[in-house]
Ligand binder design. Structure first.
Ligand code: PEP
Ligand code: MN
Length: 365
């Protein structure tokens, strides 16, 4: 990685993608196109209930975890979504997983494409898709890979950027996990936040439907996305979710989508243009505390190294289970008094302890 230069993405700002780029940038539509009527009714109802929507989605080719489940209607569905979009005056997008999908979609005049989580994981697939898009000026949305790997996500975006795609956005749809979780795909917000820190010019759309996996989680997740000032939302919407052929549990009705968008609180993101004196003051205090935390951690590690020297001289093992158990006990008691969750403090001190061991190993060598 270090031999590679950090890509410089010059991306067309979302607001310039089309005449309908309202903020936040909302994408809605069914998980899958099922029938011409289902697509048309869903899209009409979305347009009627949710004027905030910028773009419509429908999966035509569905990458399914297991075979013998509904794998999409295929190319017959392309005109369904294109025509429905035309009727309500909104651009439409489909998922593409190979160059043939790209070719068929572009031929039908599909306005934008997205790359699914199961495709982003494969550099060969993404490269092939990118090659088929060379010289084509179509917006492409790149979902994160199923596994929590930021570089793989950036790499896919880079492959598309390198063939000349300038309208590029990331879609955060959560990351799959083997552990039990309330989420279908835990959001691990730190990953999209880190993506934005590294590449602030890449718009990030959040997909609360695939993160939550349940209708009743979509609203909260969408609001969280706005609280973190992400750029938009992709929300699966179906005229009759109960009978949907895929992702039935997470799709909203167009009415529910409308009320979600109406109640969504979208905070001011451009705080620089306002004079929020109080906010600046609070942030300055946080910065001072953060500086102090780092300084204290540095001090803690140098004491650790001194202990390492002592352990080496006296042939003591680095890790002393009893000492660690006492540290955990004491800090957890402190955490209660400080109003911090045990989970947070335990995780944080495990990291501190690991770093401490690294410092001692260094002096032991
Ligand atoms: C989808 O958008 O319907 C889909 C298959 O999503 P993902 O690639 O995020 O699993
Ligand atoms: Mn889906």
């Amino acid at each position: 990685m270090s031999a590679l230069e950090k890509p410089t993405f010059e991306i067309t700002p979302l607001q310039q993608w089309s005449s309908t780029s309202k903020t936040p940038f909302v994408i809605a539509g069914p998980c899958s196109a099922e029938t011409e009527q289902q697509v048309l009714e869903t899209i009409r109802a979305i347009a009627a209930n949710a004027p905030q929507v910028n773009m419509l989605r429908a999966g035509i080719w569905k990458p399914r975890t297991r075979p013998n489940t509904f794998e999409g209607v295929g190319p017959v569905g392309l005109p369904w979504i294109k025509n429905a979009g035309k009727e309500v005056g909104l651009p439409v997008m489909v998922e593409v997983a190979n160059p043939l999908h790209v070719e068929l979609s572009l031929k039908m005049g599909i306005d934008a494409l997205w790359i699914g989580a199961r495709t982003t994981v494969s550099p060969f697939n993404v490269q092939e898709i990118a090659e088929s898009l060379r010289g084509v000026n179509v917006p492409v949305f790149v979902k994160n890979p199923v596994n929590p790997d930021l570089d793989l996500w950036v790499g896919a975006i880079e492959r598309l950027y390198n063939v000349g795609i300038k309208k590029l956005a990331a879609i955060h749809r959560g990351f799959s996990t083997y552990d039990k979780s309330v989420y279908r795909n835990p959001p691990m917000w730190e990953i999209p936040i880190e993506l934005r820190r590294r590449y602030p010019q890449i718009p990030i759309i959040v997909d609360p439907s695939h993160i939550g996996g349940k209708q009743d989680m979509v609203q909260t997740l969408a609001q969280q996305a706005m609280n973190m000032s992400f750029d938009g939302l992709m929300i699966e919407t179906h005229i009759n979710p109960d009978v949907a052929w895929s992702d039935a549990q997470q799709q909203l009705t167009p009415e529910a989508l409308g009320s979600l968008l109406n109640t969504l609180v979208v905070q001011e993101t451009n705080i620089e243009k306002n004079s929020f004196e109080h906010l600046y003051e609070l942030r300055a205090r946080i910065d001072r505390i953060d500086d102090y935390i780092v300084e204290l951690l540095g001090e803690r590690m140098s004491i650790s190294e001194e202990i390492g020297v002592f352990k080496k001289k006296n042939r003591l093992a680095i890790h002393q289970a009893e000492r660690w158990a006492n540290i955990v006990k004491r800090t957890l008691e402190n955490s209660k008094r400080a109003g911090l969750t045990e989970e947070f403090i335990l995780k944080m001190f495990q990291q501190v302890h690991n770093e401490s061991i690294r410092h001692q190993e260094k002096v032991m060598k």
